[in-house]
Design a protein around this ligand. Structure first.
Ligand code: ADP
Ligand code: MG
Length: 753
């Protein structure tokens, strides 16, 4: 026995009410029968049919398929049952209106795992059998009711299922068309079980082998009839024999990946309005994601730049300090290698002077600041002009700096002395400030940009600050540190090379009472190198002779200084470059550049990583709040999008119930939906990326977006893409879950209201 019901009842549970669809029905149905079910409206015919075809569950009794009971069936088992056993035909056709006749029929086979190229002949043959060859490429929405029902029959036939159920297939048709549809059903019914629910028994009378009458949920009549007309014996499509069913079951597969993608993409573009609405939502999501993400990065970046370091005065976000792993001196090849890194803009070979303040003074004004090469100036001149001569320079100061804003006329017109710690000029000629550039933010460091010539003059004075100096005289250590001590070395042009002029005070430290002829041993040591110089004392000075010997006038200030030849002096300190700084083009990817430099074997210190914040940690709290706001806004956006997409997709409920009835599983529906949303997402994403490219290439002008874009790197695009993909998957999952919570039939019923 193909189908059997034993005492089966079906109830509908409403809000606090239970109504019955049918009660205690006993029924045996077999292959080869052509069954008509008639009865008043509301007598339970549709309910019975839906239970028989696995579209609705039942509450009491037992249904047997091929002799096996179905009480243990899961949702999946019923899906399989529908797939393999049932071809459905409905009163209102339940076709996919936006598909063509061919596509509607093809859909069933694709869902049931057939290969696209293998089914073409078969589909065309079925279309021919139902007499629609002329319309095979016509959209179903353009067909008449009778033609639609023919498509539905063709669709039921092509599944080659043993059972065809038709619920009032002629209910929406005029009586002439109705007749031809019944004829068609009959024609194709050889070796099948066909169950037709109808109001108009007279239409069907001469074809049936059995008549069942229902009333108030019960079968009140069930009689076999000798049929007067036989179905078409020559049709091949209905060649299923009962014995074949179990084998056929195992063979049928699920929809293939390519067909899934094909259908998903077909569905994406099928209904233009729906596509455009979805695209608008996804464009909105994509733009919001990029906007939010880049703003967050911008805030983070700006906050991380805003800080200071007491040791490294130059806290430029582009600066990476480097030294060699073995503390040795940098050579040309080192700089070549470093310059070859993509993101490297320029290298300051003697990095130490970047962090050294020099005094720049006129008669009445004294400024302190760092020096840099004019070639590295990255700001516009606000007042004055760019340097034209070697001794000209530009000053860069904070917009709110008192001197920059109030004394700019004095600054621009005077001649300036660049001096060492003792007020001694470091350059041969005086310098002139010809331009002023202002900067924003919290950085109040004053900077001077000037020619390489001037830089060379002042650079020789650099390593002194970073070195320890030991002076040994007559086996005694005079001083162990530079500055603050009475005895210290100083450069003087009057002293011959290899000689020293010392204070007469040193005489008392010798046995003879005379220091002349003694040797002064000088040892210079810093973290990179050590150098030694022995000089012989050739003269001693007193308060009276200081000026004639050295040119210095202030004896109290200078007494105790050990004057040595200027070249000797600088040779002690200028031993090449041991610490350099790389300045990058794009500070936003400086961390990657740091890694590249490390991979070349150098030690690095990225200045931005060692800044103290001005705000004492307050910014970190703001940053955390920003991230939280970003997440909350993201979640809210997700739900808004989900809600809108749900409304847009509501029109798709019928589609999904249709493919479900045709045998698609929940998984199939989910992946079709995912593919559809994913396709729209990709189109939106590509559109936005194209816009971003146009804006960043200045084809479209928007300074604000242009600025934001600079904060996005490839990896950020990937992150946003993954995020959006997850969102679309999540939406598809949520939606299909809701869709499948209800049975396929109740989805239909809801739509019909
Ligand atoms: P028919 O197809 O013979 O007109 P139905 O099978 O549609 O009758 O309905 C049988 C009974 O079940 C009716 O009393 C109807 O009110 C009830 N019924 C049908 N569908 C539902 C439903 N979704 N919810 C509640 N009651 C229903
Ligand atoms: Mg009905």
């Amino acid at each position: 026995m193909l189908l059997e019901l034993k005492n089966v009842s079906k109830f509908y549970y409403g809000k606090g009410t239970v109504s019955s669809g049918f009660t205690k029905v006993n029924l045996k149905l077999d292959m080869g029968e052509f069954v008509a079910i008639t009865g008043e409206s509301g007598s339970g015919k549709s309910t019975l049919l839906n239970v028989l075809s696995g579209l609705d569950s039942y509450e009491e009794g037992e249904m047997y398929v091929n002799g096996k009971e179905t009480s243990g069936y899961t949702e999946k088992d019923f899906e399989n049952y529908r797939k393999k056993y049932i071809g459905n035909i409905f009163q209102n056709f339940n076709l996919v209106n936006s598909y063509t006749v061919y596509q509607n029929i093809e859909l069933v086979l694709l869902i049931n795992g057939y290969k696209k190229h293998k089914i073409k002949k078969k589909i065309l043959k079925v279309i021919d059998e139902v007499g629609l060859t002329k319309y095979k490429n016509t959209k179903v929405s353009k067909l008449s009711g009778g033609q639609k029902q023919r498509v539905a029959i063709a669709r039921a036939l092509i599944k080659e299922t043993p059972i065809i159920v038709a619920d009032e297939p002629t209910g929406n048709l005029d009586s002439k068309t109705a007749k031809s549809i019944i004829e068609l059903l009959h024609k194709v019914s050889k070796d099948k079980l066909v169950i037709v629910v109808t109001h108009n028994y007279e239409h069907i009378e001469k074809y049936v082998t059995r008549k069942i009458v229902m009333n108030d949920g019960k079968i009140i009549e069930d009689k076999k009839i000798e049929r007067t007309l036989k179905p078409d014996e020559n049709l091949e499509t209905n060649s299923i024999k009962l014995g074949d069913i179990p084998k056929a079951q195992n063979k049928k597969k699920n929809i293939g990946v390519f067909n899934k993608i094909r259908l998903g993409i077909r569905n994406t573009f099928n209904i233009k309005v729906k596509f455009l609405l979805l695209l608008a939502v996804f464009l909105f999501i994509t733009v919001s994601a990029f906007g939010g993400y880049s703003s967050l990065k911008k805030q983070q970046y700006e906050q991380s730049n805003d800080g200071y370091n007491n040791f490294f005065r130059n806290s430029d976000e582009r600066r990476i300090i480097i030294k060699k792993a073995d503390n040795s001196e940098f050579n040309k090849e080192d700089y070549e290698k470093l310059k070859n890194i993509d993101n490297v803009e320029y290298i300051i070979e003697n990095d130490l002077f970047l962090d050294r303040y020099f005094n720049v003074s006129t008669n009445n004004l004294s400024l302190y600041g760092n020096f840099n090469s004019i070639n590295n100036l990255d700001k516009q001149i606000t007042y004055g002009r760019m340097p034209e001569k070697d001794n000209e320079m530009v000053i860069v100061g904070n917009k709110n700096d008192y001197y920059i804003s109030n004394t700019k006329d004095t600054i621009l017109n005077s001649e300036w002395n660049i001096t060492d710690n003792y007020g001694k000029s470091l350059t041969n000629e005086k310098c002139k400030i010809v331009g002023i550039a202002v900067k924003d933010g919290n950085n109040y460091n004053t900077e001077f940009y000037t020619s390489q010539n001037i830089l060379n003059s002042i650079q020789k004075n650099i390593n002194i600050d970073f070195s320890k100096i030991k002076i040994e005289f007559n086996d005694q250590i005079l001083s162990s540190a530079y500055g603050g001590s009475q005895y210290r070395i100083a450069p003087n042009d009057n002293v011959p090379e290899g000689k020293a002029y010392v204070s007469r005070d040193l005489n008392s430290m010798t046995k003879k009472g005379n220091a002349i002829g003694y040797t002064v041993k000088i040892n210079v040591k810093n973290m990179y190198f050590e150098s030694n110089l022995d000089v012989q004392i050739s003269k001693t000075y007193t308060k009276n002779t200081l000026k004639s010997l050295t040119g210095e006038t202030d004896f109290d200030l200078h007494n105790g200084e050990i004057y040595i030849n200027t070249n000797d002096y600088y040779n002690l300190f200028n031993k090449g470059n041991y610490q350099s700084s790389v300045f990058v083009k794009d500070a936003k990817i400086a961390n990657e550049t740091v890694k590249e430099i490390q991979n070349l074997g150098y030690k690095t210190l990225y200045i931005k990583d060692c800044l103290m914040s001005w705000d004492g940690g307050y910014g970190a709290i703001i940053q955390t709040i920003n991230v939280l706001v970003f997440i909350v806004v993201g979640v809210v956006l997700f739900f808004i999008s989900y809600f809108i997409i749900k409304i847009i997709l509501k029109s798709r409920n019928v589609y999904f119930s249709t493919i479900r009835i045709l045998g698609a599983t929940r998984k199939n529906a989910k992946s079709l939906l995912r593919i559809e949303l994913f396709t729209v997402l990709n189109i939106a994403f590509i559109t936005v990326i194209t816009l971003i490219i146009l804006i960043s290439n200045n084809a479209i002008k928007n300074a604000y977006i242009q600025d934001l874009i600079t904060f996005l790197q490839i990896k950020d695009y990937i992150i946003v893409y993954i995020l959006l993909t997850l969102v679309s998957i999540l939406i598809a999952n949520r939606y299909s879950k809701k869709l499948f919570k209800k049975s396929a039939m109740s989805t239909y019923r809801d739509e019909e209201v």
